[in-house]
Design a protein around this ligand. Structure first.
Ligand code: ADP
Ligand code: NI
Length: 223
């Protein structure tokens, strides 16, 4: 399918409307605003990468429409929904399959398993865009919102973080939210694929370290 600017715009707008509706009742850290930030991050990162911008935009918009965390661990619903949605809009099959592959492979827990990973320049951009939203001030807010959603403690000095978790351990962990910083969020800076994301991640990483320092300072109350 050859696409002109107008078609591209229409397709993106229809996708935005679909995702916004789908995520109407989503958890605060995985809602439409998260998706919109990832979309904006992906557009910015793409400026200095050689990518098929339609694939990047569609994958960014559709990446969290049915996160397995909120679907009893089922990680096939999101890709299936995305495929059906794009198919009924007559998107060419090559684009559809690429977008679906990105959605299937973007997740952090994928990299912990033994699965053969799909990789493409477009995936790298969307993955960085998603990871940037997991760190910094927004990252902190999202982590505690998710912890609250799961009724997890903020912190428990007796429960130590587990580094190098297996995929199953990661997915079933019920650890305090502070542990998530050591188990994932502080590791993301060094996992960024693109130069732009690496640069942005530095400042957000430093902000999280500062936050943790003050958190421990305040933890015992005033003495
Ligand atoms: P991905 O979406 O890449 O699979 P995750 O499933 O780890 O990544 O989660 C995405 C976001 O959800 C995290 O960045 C974090 O904000 C929140 N989250 C996931 N697991 C936890 C957890 N155990 N504790 C706190 N927040 C979490
Ligand atoms: Ni996401």
């Amino acid at each position: 399918m050859s696409r002109n600017k107008e078609q591209h715009k229409t397709l993106i707008n229809k996708t935005k409307t679909f995702v916004k509706q789908t995520l109407a009742n989503a958890e605060g850290g995985h809602d439409w605003f998260h998706t919109l930030r990832v979309y904006h991050n992906a557009l910015l990162i793409s400026k200095t990468e050689t990518v098929d911008i339609l694939v990047v935009e569609l994958a960014a918009l559709l990446h969290d429409i049915a996160d397995s965390k909120f679907h009893n661990g089922n990680d096939t619903i999101g890709p299936k929904m995305a495929r059906e949605f794009l198919f009924q809009l007559n998107v060419d099959s090559k684009t559809i399959e690429h977008v679906v592959k990105i959605i299937e492979n973007i997740s952090f827990n994928k990299s912990l398993g033994n699965d053969t990973l799909f990789i493409s320049e477009e995936l790298k951009v969307v993955q960085d865009a998603d990871r940037l939203d997991a760190i910094g001030a927004i990252g902190i807010a999202r982590a505690f919102n998710y912890g609250g959603f799961k009724n997890r403690p903020l912190f428990n000095p007796e429960i130590k973080p587990i580094l190098n978790m297996s995929k199953t351990e990661y997915k079933t962990s019920a650890a305090p939210t502070i542990n998530h910083f050591y188990e994932k969020l502080l590791l993301l800076k060094d996992k960024m694929n693109t130069k732009t994301a690496k640069q942005i991640a530095k400042k957000r990483h430093a902000f999280m370290l500062h936050f943790l320092e003050q958190f421990y300072d305040e933890w015992d109350g005033l003495k």
